[in-house]
Design a protein around this ligand. Structure first.
Ligand SMILES: [Zn+2]
Length: 374
């Protein structure tokens, strides 16, 4: 076992106390000391320090049970903020989260992607104006995470994407010098919205069903990048090799051809949430179309389940909308799986829909802030 020196122990204690209060919401010093098995003076010193740093606030006194009443503390949510921006071909989604990872603002605008200066200046200005409109003190912003549809180079200087028709390598733009920025693949960014909000789930596969289809493989709480960085590109798994449908990568019958939110929009001629509304209303043809969609989704889930034998989270834009149809997916899986119909694997839906990638990209900086506390 690695032995920590006294300052490392103090740092670890401080982070675990902050994480504990983030989870419990409101607590007292004796409660922290008991649950984290720390001495009272250690807890008292660290809590006072967090109060001084403005990361905690007192909320009153605990109800008396005869002895001395203890003060109650909670996270000062607005002490720290982070921004997340999801850039896709035709839209930009902006998200601002607080220290608790809660969304305090989200906005979606229509803007055609371009790699020129005007585009990035527009995005940068929109982000700053939005933060101002929501009364965010710029000094509390810890970073800006940017989700992109593409494979980002390890040194963060460029990315390969289908967002421009010629699919060339695009230089990552400098959004702001004011804050640290990080570019993330959209599948990884969306997956992060689950990683940070649910620390209990350490192993799972995230299937992102947005305009693009992708995802990430999480092992021991960490996203597995793979040798070239494209692990979890489930959109390019071939589902129907004989089909003539061509994926944007050039391949035939790939999962993206059937499971992108664009397919639902093409069918209904409107936004994807209208598709689900009409489906629920029983509009003609919707049920049959969606049944084929679920067949394809089940086939992808089946393949992922066979490869990883782990829980699967259905996320991205469509994730939250699929919740009522989980029993249908389950039934289809039962029919398809002749080997392991009694599997322990859970299939659930992500907590965030449209804003998943933005939340994940922003949460990266909240997590970074917490783990850099000394
Ligand atoms: Zn493909």
């Amino acid at each position: 076992m690695v032995k920590l020196n006294s300052s490392e122990v103090r740092k670890a204690n401080k982070q675990s106390i902050l994480r504990y209060i983030l989870q419990t919401g409101e607590c007292t010093k004796p409660q922290i000391a008991m649950d984290l098995r720390l001495s009272s003076p250690t807890v008292s010193f660290i809590v006072d320090e967090l109060l001084e740093q403005g990361l905690l606030e007192t909320t009153g006194m605990q109800a008396s049970s005869g002895g001395r009443r203890a003060a109650k503390y909670q996270i000062c949510k607005d002490a720290v903020h982070a921004c997340g921006i999801e850039i896709s071909r035709g839209h930009v989604i902006f998200v601002i989260v607080n220290l608790c990872g809660e969304i305090i603002a989200t906005e979606r605008i229509r803007k055609e992607f371009s790699d020129d200066r005007e585009y990035i200046q527009y995005i940068a200005k929109y982000r700053a104006d939005m933060a101002e409109r929501f009364g965010i003190d710029p000094a509390t912003v810890t970073g800006v995470g940017i989700s992109l549809q593409g494979l980002i180079s390890p040194d963060q200087t460029s990315f390969k994407s289908h967002m421009l028709d010629d699919r060339r390598v695009i230089a990552t733009p400098t959004l702001t010098d004011e804050y640290p920025c990080l570019f993330l693949n959209d599948g990884n960014a969306s997956c992060m919205s689950e990683c940070y909000s649910n620390k209990a789930e350490n192993d799972f596969v995230y299937l992102m069903l947005s305009r693009t289809v992708g995802g990430a493989i999480v092992h021991d709480g960490e996203i597995q990048a793979g040798k070239d960085g494209f692990a979890g590109e489930f959109g390019h798994v071939c589902l129907h090799p004989e089909d003539d449908k061509v994926c944007y990568c050039g391949g035939k019958g790939h999962a993206w051809c059937y499971l992108s939110s664009d397919r639902l929009e093409e069918f209904c001629g409107s936004v994807y949430w209208d598709f689900f509304k009409k489906l629920e209303e029983g509009e003609e043809g919707y049920c049959e179309f969606f049944d084929r969609f679920l067949d394809d989704l089940t086939l992808l889930i089946y393949n992922v389940r066979m490869m990883y034998n782990t829980d699967i989270v259905l996320g991205g834009y469509l994730g939250t909308y699929l919740k009522p149809y989980l029993p249908d997916i389950d039934r289809k899986l039962q029919k398809m799986d002749h080997l392991y119909p009694e599997t322990q694997i859970k299939i659930t839906c992500g907590k965030h829909g449209l804003e998943a990638a933005g939340v994940g990209a922003a949460n990266y900086f909240i997590e970074k802030f917490i783990s850099s506390l000394v």
